[in-house]
Design a protein around this ligand. Structure first.
Ligand SMILES: O=C([O-])CC(=O)C(=O)O
Length: 166
């Protein structure tokens, strides 16, 4: 399937941007992973400096979905590393967006998925299993609900209430 170009989607969907059905995330994310462009239905996760639930979700079948993790923007540890990115690839996730940090950047860049995060950080996170799966989250200036659609490419990241047609 041809990837949707986010700039073209914005040009042809001004009313949907105006009414909030289509949201453009703030341009604060770094690009990692082999897939510069990726899209899929969103699975939301809200955690803070704890990635046990990240692993649990990535151990389930991805089926082309995108895991969006609201890590509260923490700059104090990484929520995803090379092992989890490899797991995501193996389980068929299209991508991972992290409002927080990742680590093992070289390993993640070798994985055949798309990854966005605010920055890299060498420290691993806590392992307390605290967080909320499928919760509404607020990331990159946008409210995001489980089941909405995410479209990412070199220009940016869009979240749409429903699937967009090419
Ligand atoms: O296990 C972690 O905390 C994250 C990590 O380093 C990896 O996925 O390789």
């Amino acid at each position: 399937m041809a990837a949707l170009a986010t700039a073209e989607v914005c040009d042809s969907n001004v009313p949907h941007i105006t009414n909030g059905d289509l949201r453009v995330l703030h341009p604060t994310f770094q690009i990692y992973g082999q897939c510069r462009a990726f899209s899929g239905p969103i699975v939301t996760l809200k955690v803070f400096e704890d990635n046990v639930l990240v692993r649990e979700l990535l151990e389930t079948k991805g089926e082309g979905r995108v895991l969006v993790i609201d890590g509260g923007g923490s700059m104090r540890c990484a929520l995803v590393g090379g092992n989890l990115a490899q797991l995501a690839q193996t389980m068929g996730w299209a991508g991972i967006v992290v409002n927080g940090c990742i680590r093992d950047v070289d390993e993640i860049n070798a994985c055949d998925i798309g990854v966005r995060a605010l920055a890299s950080h060498p420290l691993k996170s806590n392992k307390k299993r605290v967080g909320e799966v499928h919760a509404p989250i607020y990331v990159g200036g946008a409210f995001i609900r489980d089941g909405e659609w995410l479209y990412a490419d070199s220009d940016g990241i869009l979240v749409s209430k429903s699937e967009l047609s090419v």
